[in-house]
Write a protein that binds this ligand. Sequence first.
Ligand SMILES: Cc1ncc(COP(=O)(O)O)c(C=O)c1O
Length: 355
Amino acid sequence: MEKSIRSIVREQLPPKQAGSIRSDRAIRLDKGEFPYPPSPQVISAIQAAASGINRYPEVLTNTLRQAIADYNQVDLDQIFVGNGSDDLIELVLKICIEPGDEVILPVPTFFVYGAASQMLGGVTISIPRQADFELDVAAILAAITSRTKLIFIANPNNPTANLVDRAALIELLDQTDCLIVVDECYFEICQTTIAAEIEKYPNLIVLRSLSKGFGLAGLRLGYGITSPQMVDYLYRIAQIFPVNQLAIAAGIAALTDLDYVETKLAEIKKERQQLAESMQALGLKVYRSDTNFLLVSCAAWNMTSSVLVSQLAQQEIFVADFGGKPGLDDYHLRVATGTPAENQAFLVTLQALKP
Ligand SMILES: Cc1ncc(COP(=O)(O)O)c(C=O)c1O
């Protein structure tokens, strides 16, 4: 008897697109990455750990969790780890979403929240942010139903780059028992956190990443801070080896070389300011940024972002097109801060494309 695979597998989601292969000359400002290599201490730690990868990693990765707990001045049982925040977003959804449950997303926001929710059968409820991309707390609270399980708030938000008002977050935490995930993927850049509130709100889950502030995006390492009870539930669902041996070694080393990160992030913030001013001088609208990337509107150039982004790509300069994405018009793009040389090359090309 012939059965088509399609009739066996779960509900279909759109296929993923392979990323384009880029030459070494390409300037990559499209993924919000740390533009420098990680700390030399991290590279040495990975090299030293490499000869031990015939062994499985620690089951609950307590050594790494302790280093993360010390960095955040919390207890080990308030920390969980995974393969980047993307993995943790999925893990959090897995502990609470049954098909038909609702997930609230203040849009525009990071696309993985919606994609991961839908993959698990969740229904996403998009609530527009205010004109300045602040949360519309009243609208979020009004959208909560008996099926709402989770609210995702990226802080700073991607792609809008802004931190939201702390009072708005506290109001949400005060007014609902749903799980509230505050995704602080860019914490090292903005140094703003709600993590101290985990003692008061057991439904608060703070997510962090070593991709952005520590330059480990290719390694895949993230962690969360929440109540010990929530950590216990998360680890019941998590894989037995939640992160690999090289990531454990690299994570511990990264957290002991904070001077490196501080120096590089100071350079990135200085460059971000210059990049913003230069784009403004070219007539583009640049939104306030509390992180390492800039949301830009090219409406004043009378050119859609998709045209501008593809013209830049022809010159091997990659930025992210957000034109027409939920909550944004056809003129938005996101530009990460690169190295000084990358930013300069980008600006020269941009100027040449100005109508
Ligand atoms: C808000 C936000 N959360 C999470 C992620 C994913 O981070 P990670 O590399 O840790 O999976 C990103 C990546 O751009 C992001 O912008």
